[in-house]
Design a protein around this ligand. Structure first.
Ligand code: ARG
Ligand code: ZN
Length: 855
């Protein structure tokens, strides 16, 4: 079946609206019968088309009268009812088979729990419906099922009533007072325990907070609960947004394609983003949970109360909500640290995507499969675009625009244009050029050069961008003196925004800033806090990089300077500058351990090669390893000192200080892992750390160290897999550690782990931990061996047979295909060809073909 390409420009308003929907589910894991009674209004005189996929239609009645063909037509995509009155009621009965649903969209079973995922187009796998975000309706839902199998029955909104039925079943009725599109519908049925708490909103509403998960795991949900409460008060304090229902429920399940889903009043989460304690979660996981709990909560306003007109505008809610969760996380810990982490994700995921076959604008114009829109570009670049807006307008004016957005569009399904218009109206600023960010794909390159003339004391900075038409790039900047102190020099084009940040608005193809009366060459610090998602190319003296790395008040640029030196050195520049920059950062007594450890995180190999047009993976990865080896041996004694002095820190606890110390300790270990001549006792200390650590961060850091030191024996692997066999979330981290090793064992281990009898390949987390991690292990995956690509593609094909969303995601491994040597391209082409002739799903085909076409 060929799926049709759909275009933004072809958008048409719905022909019908639904005033009310009454759903009844006779729940069973094997068979579920769904009765949908909906009141329709005809808006435009046209036939009624209802989406439906893989449904068994039992009956369909219009105003009580059975419809039979030719009253309607049926296809793989849905049914068309040729004639309808203006106002009418449809009753549709469908049968679905949850336990056979391996795609994990619609209604499915995860470890005995019935659960739904309707975004983007899963509702059409439950009943025939107007499955589009601009059809909003009120739902009342009756759930009936076995009291033994499904003692807990949940749905959106308020629980109206519950009663026992005959033959061991019971019934619960839910009513959601909010208008919502069907992609926000959810139901859950299962044997679940619950952790309860409550929150009083600023206007005094009492909200019951409930986190559901398998019985016995309630203690592991405490961190998620604390995060939820923090999110609720933060959104009140910062955005003035209050929660609007009496209950807020979260359910954790093990089998979930994505991270989590913001269904109205009933979030469904991948259990990986709920469960946290010393045994199953690293420090990073604690932060990730806080951020995703917040993300889904923030969607209640940005996504649910104000939703999308159509899926091309997905970034309207996702980019905005990521921006909000990033701001929240910054406020909860350390803003500079958060910014460094967010930019690293942006560069590794989004810049890579934007440079590859699946590059697309933040507001795409066409697609085959809506599922493929859930990308780093829609999420992360979308958030960057909003961040730029807030930098350009200043925080106060930005929030004024947000207020207008909330009041003007509450209850509506709108577009990105509607959003931008709010800021134009409140700030009175013309945002025509700013809108380019939504239309263009690819990462803009901003090239900067400088010159200083001591004779007439003029300094000039020249900016050139590669975009046509030019995009508006806010360049946050400052200057340093040669001794590292802050220097203030003025230029009419560098203006403070209302937050006091100095911003140069680069809005032309080319612009030169000239400064007069400057007595010595200033050292500019450009794009502070990464104020725009661009590749900054500034070729300047290495000494200036060193100065920035050592002294800049902007933590972000200290790391950026260090990274630039690392990159240059991997690409051939001398090593001594990296060594010096590293030393000045390592010995800095003024910054927190947390910030220091974050700045010093070894630059990811993928980030190094990002700006290269061709990449010899083998050669560059060797040079990369050599560089870190040299750094580690040069600073061996200091790194050992940092590592060993904090060894006593083998303790739990999540205060900022402890987190920082622990991160720095394990960062030192991270560098030491590169050292070829490491003292034996460090190795045995790491082995002790692995065996007896009290927290999982320490366990995982020790494991990564040992793997890089070549101590990843089969015995170690077997022991770990055995010891953690009751902890699937930990197993997934162990899988990922083995699949991300920087040697050929990565391939061997990935294959072996995936072939183990207990390996559940239907669980998306397991595939992401093994196969996806391996595919993103650039230096091993792309070393040019045919059996590696063949192995990967065989699995992709196999997974595509039961879960197209997961198989499609695996195409991300080929983002850098354009940079690879011809031999690799041929191998990839060959293996992709074999995949494409086997008729992959629409999701996979769209992405596989776009890779294929670049070869
Ligand atoms: N809306 C969800 C979130 O960002 C993600 C849902 C993912 N859906 C998917 N089809 N991949 O919070
Ligand atoms: Zn989201």
């Amino acid at each position: 079946m060929q799926q049709k390409r759909i275009f933004l420009k072809d958008y048409q308003a719905p022909t019908h609206q639904i005033r009310h929907t009454e759903l009844t589910f006779e729940l069973g894991a094997e068979t579920t019968v769904v009765t949908a009674v909906s009141k329709f209004s005809k808006i435009i005189d046209a036939p009624l088309f209802l989406n439906g996929k893989e449904l068994e239609l039992v009956s369909i009645k219009l105003d009580g009268k059975d419809l039979i063909p030719p009253d309607y037509d049926r296809s793989d995509e849905g049914i068309t009812i040729h004639q309808t009155p203006t106002e009418f009621t449809l009753e549709i009965i469908t049968k679905i088979y949850p336990s056979k649903n391996t795609a994990l969209e619609g209604l499915y079973v995860s470890k005995g729990i019935l659960s739904t995922q309707c975004e983007a187009q899963g509702f059409r796998r439950i009943t025939y419906f107007l499955d589009r975000p601009d059809v909003l309706t009120k739902f009342r839902t009756t759930l009936r099922g076995s009291k033994k199998d499904f003692p807990v029955l949940l749905c959106n909104g308020n629980r109206i009533s519950g009663k026992d039925l005959s033959d061991g079943r019971h019934e619960v009725i839910w009513e959601d007072p909010s208008l919502k599109p069907c992609y926000l519908f959810a139901l859950v049925g299962g044997d679940l325990g619950v952790l309860r708490d409550n929150f009083t909103t600023s206007s005094g509403r009492q909200v019951n907070l409930e986190i559901y998960s398998v019985p016995g795991t309630q203690k592991q949900c405490q961190h998620a609960m604390d995060s939820l409460k923090k999110s609720m008060s933060w959104d009140e304090n910062v955005f003035g947004r209050e929660y609007d229902l009496n209950d807020y429920m979260i359910v954790a399940i093990d089998d979930f394609n994505a991270g989590a889903m913001e269904n109205k009043g009933l979030n469904v989460f991948n259990s990986r983003l709920v469960f946290a304690d010393d045994q199953v979660a690293t420090d990073e996981d604690f932060f990730a949970i806080e951020s995703v709990i917040a993300h889904e909560y923030f969607h209640n306003w940005t996504g649910n109360r104000i939703t999308l007109r159509d899926w091309f505008h997905l970034s309207l809610k996702e980019g905005l909500t990521v921006f909000r969760d990033q701001e929240f996380s910054g406020d909860m810990s350390d803003r500079s640290v958060q910014r460094l982490k967010d930019v690293e994700t942006l560069k590794l995921r989004q810049f890579a995507e934007d440079a590859g076959p699946n590059a697309h604008p933040v507001r795409p114009e066409s697609c085959l499969s809506v599922d493929n829109f859930f990308t780093a570009t829609i999420y992360e670049k979308g958030a960057e675009v909003i961040r730029m807006l807030s930098v350009l307008l200043g925080r106060k004016s930005f929030l004024k625009g947000m207020d207008l957005y909330f009041s003007r569009h509450d209850g509506q399904a709108v577009t990105i244009e509607d959003f931008v218009k709010c800021f134009e109206d409140t700030s009175k600023r013309d945002l025509a050029q700013f809108r380019e960010w939504y239309r263009q794909k690819g990462t803009p390159v901003l090239e900067v050069s400088e010159s200083y003339d001591p004779s007439d004391k003029t300094y000039s900075l020249k900016f050139v961008q590669d975009q046509t038409p030019a995009v508006l790039i806010p360049v946050q900047m400052g200057f340093l003196n040669a001794d590292g102190s802050a220097l203030y020099i003025n230029h009419p084009d560098i203006r403070p925004n209302s937050d006091g940040e100095l911003i140069f608005e680069m809005d032309q193809k080319e612009k030169v800033l000239i400064f007069n009366n400057v007595s010595q060459k200033p050292v500019p610090s450009l794009l502070r806090q990464f104020s725009a998602p661009v590749h900054l190319k500034f070729s300047r003296d290495a000494n200036d990089h060193l100065l920035i790395a050592a002294f800049d008040s902007d933590g972000f640029n200290r790391r950026a300077a260090f990274t630039d030196l690392v990159r240059q050195s991997v690409l051939g520049a001398p090593f001594d500058n990296v060594e010096k920059a590293f030393g000045s950062l390592l010995n800095d007594k003024k910054i927190s351990a947390l910030l220091k450890a974050t700045i010093l995180k070894p630059t990811h190999f993928d980030e190094i090669i990002q700006t290269e047009s061709t990449v010899n993976v083998k050669e560059l990865s060797n040079r990369y390893r050599d560089l870190f080896q040299k750094l580690a041996s040069t600073y061996r004694s200091q790194l050992i000192e940092i590592y060993t002095r904090s060894l006593g820190l083998n303790q739990k606890g999540y205060s900022t200080e402890l987190l920082g110390e622990r991160l720095l300790k394990n960062r030192a270990l991270d560098y030491l892992s590169f050292d070829k001549n490491i003292p034996e006792e460090i190795i045995s200390q790491a082995q002790t750390q692995l065996a007896s650590a009290k927290g999982l961060s320490d366990v995982m850091s020790a494991l990564h160290f040992l793997l890089r030191q070549g101590k990843g024996t089969r015995e170690l692997q077997n022991n770990l897999l055995k010891n953690y066999s009751g902890f699937p979330l930990v197993l997934q981290k162990i899988y990922a550690a083995f699949s991300s090793q920087q040697n050929d064992d990565a391939f061997v281990c990935t294959r072996e782990i995936m072939e183990r009898p207990e390996f559940d390949s239907k669980n998306p987390n397991n595939i992401y931990a093994t196969l996806r991690t391996f595919g993103l292990n650039t230096s091993i995956f792309h070393q040019g061996k045919p059996d590696i690509y063949g192995f990967y593609m065989d699995w992709v094909h196999r997974i595509d047979g039961y879960n197209p969303q997961v198989s499609a995601r695996l195409m991300g491994a080929f983002n850098l295909v354009g940079k690879l040597p011809a031999e690799n391209k041929l191998l990839i082409k060959d293996s992709l060809h074999k995949l494409l002739v086997k008729e992959p799903s629409a999701n996979l085909r769209e992405l596989a073909e776009s890779v294929y076409q670049t070869l």
